[in-house]
Design a protein around this ligand. Sequence first.
Ligand SMILES: [Zn+2]
Length: 251
Amino acid sequence: MTSPTTTDQRPEPPEGDDEPSDADLVDAVRSGDTGAYGTLYVRHARGARRLAGTLVRDRADADDLVAETFAKVLATLRAGRGPAHAFRPYLYTTLRHLRYDRLRAEQKVEFTDDLSRYEAGVPFADPTVAQLDRIFAAQAFARLPERWRAVLWHTAVQGESPAQVAGRLGLTPGGVAALAFRARERLRQIYLQQHVAPGDAPACRQVATRLAGYLRGRLARRARTSVDGHLATCAQCRAALDELSDLPAAG
Ligand SMILES: [Zn+2]
């Protein structure tokens, strides 16, 4: 894929000249200045809440998740560990991990029949898919059309060849391979899209629905141009894209 040039720039939050950078604040927290953490909180709580809102339906649960995330990162910094400069990506990654941990602990994830087989311990054979977080990959998988799931199930999960699968699905081996390719691409996009924390403005929300396709180089030209235009003017959406590009399914 072609990687969008905008991902090269990790935008700092809006700051005046006299505002300390995130890196300065992280250093201050490590040196025992808890007040500096308050500034980091004010700067990043809104984004963290937005991300939590995409991962948790219940508002109170989302707020809990954000609070727990900030507490955990603070403890990490006080212990002298954690990020050197990239505070926001570290915060967001911590938030995602806490969410996954909680889901596993509570076993709240509901699986379809197909996914219960998947959860029974059969790994995806596709190396990229194999890197994806299991729960989010499973949720993305559940959202694929049934026929696509069937093709992926037989080829990527069961490891059957297109020729073996073709007859059962009424396709040619070439048709199976093509459909499997499209299904894997779609799976990555759905997975990525699950991690988009949409902005508040209507224009941002529209762009948010296209970010995964944009990142994977799969948008039609017109849509791509429109996203490019918005990204050029919106630091928030550039930041959202930046977050996505850190995920294993992005490449
Ligand atoms: Zn935007």
